[in-house]
Design a protein around this ligand. Structure first.
Ligand code: ARG
Length: 263
């Protein structure tokens, strides 16, 4: 009897241990997603709810896994670290796949691509290329690829005494245009910001010779390193959504919704 009891105990302990390893730290039925919801059409607030392309993707993943989706709006520059230390299961925030970030977290297959755009007042005639941003104040969302690009160009002297004005989101940056000459952010977000504000215009950030100031970027969804089970589920859903043209459809749909609410 004693033997059977201890055997049951061992089996129970093993089962718990396996679940802790396999299910991450959260031994429950939720899928926790961190995002930064000031980034239409990928994530923004619509009727008091976080919606967008990334959220629609994660809903499909949660459905596939039979889990409940919990989406939390956090500072963009904390997302990868929170996924790395297991605070969140997933980071879905239009996150550009970069080698330095891939040291921290594992990325899904790419599902969207983008390039760097610049936003200036409609009346501005002075800013046409990267060179024109020399010595200027530039509004940028903290911790983004725009932030890294401009910081590098300041560090190597290309942009002279230019200065980064840090913001929590590109939309907030663009709403404070009097504090800076320009805002740099990803293409679709820039295009939606100016679609909602007739005092602003947006165009690709190019070098003086007209070539792009930075390489094309690709978005990926991130999970904790080694969480292959979750990553495989995400990749499967992304593959299906891309093959059926659903991601493109969602970009259209959520761009229209963002215009509707001025997000
Ligand atoms: N693609 C850029 C990056 O990875 C900007 C992403 C900003 N995303 C957001 N949800 N605010 O740095």
């Amino acid at each position: 009897m004693k033997k059977i009891l201890s055997l049951i105990l061992v089996v129970m302990m093993l089962a718990t241990a396996v679940c802790f390893v396999g299910c991450g730290k959260k031994n429950d039925n939720t899928l926790t997603v961190y995002t930064e919801a000031g980034f239409a059409p990928y994530e923004f607030i619509y009727n008091n709810e976080i919606v967008g392309v990334d959220i629609a993707i994660m809903k499909a993943v949660a459905e596939e896994l039979g889990k409940e989706l919990v989406v939390t709006d956090v500072a963009f520059d904390t997302i990868c670290t929170s996924v790395q230390n297991g605070k969140a299961d997933v980071g879905a925030a239009g996150i550009t796949i970069r080698p330095d970030r891939a040291e921290q977290v594992d990325f899904s297959i790419p599902y969207s691509s983008t390039e760097q755009y610049v936003i200036v007042p409609v009346a501005d005639e002075t800013i046409k290329t990267l060179d024109d941003l020399k010595d200027k104040k530039i509004g940028i969302q903290n911790g983004t690829t725009s932030d890294m690009l401009i910081a590098d160009l300041i560090a190597d002297g290309t942009l002279g005494a230019a200065e980064i004005i840090p913001y929590t989101s590109p939309a907030v940056a663009a709403a404070s245009m009097n504090k800076q000459t320009a805002v740099v952010t990803d293409k679709l977000t820039a295009q939606l910001i100016v679609a909602n504000d007739s005092s602003l215009k947006a165009f690709p950030l190019v070098k003086a010779d007209g070539t792009p100031a930075a390489e094309v970027e690709e978005y990926g969804i991130c999970v904790q390193k080694g969480n292959t089970e979750l990553l495989e589920a995400i990749n499967k859903v992304l593959g299906d959504l891309m093959a059926s043209g659903t991601i493109d459809q969602w970009v259209e749909e959520y761009s229209a919704k963002a215009k509707e609410v001025g997000a």
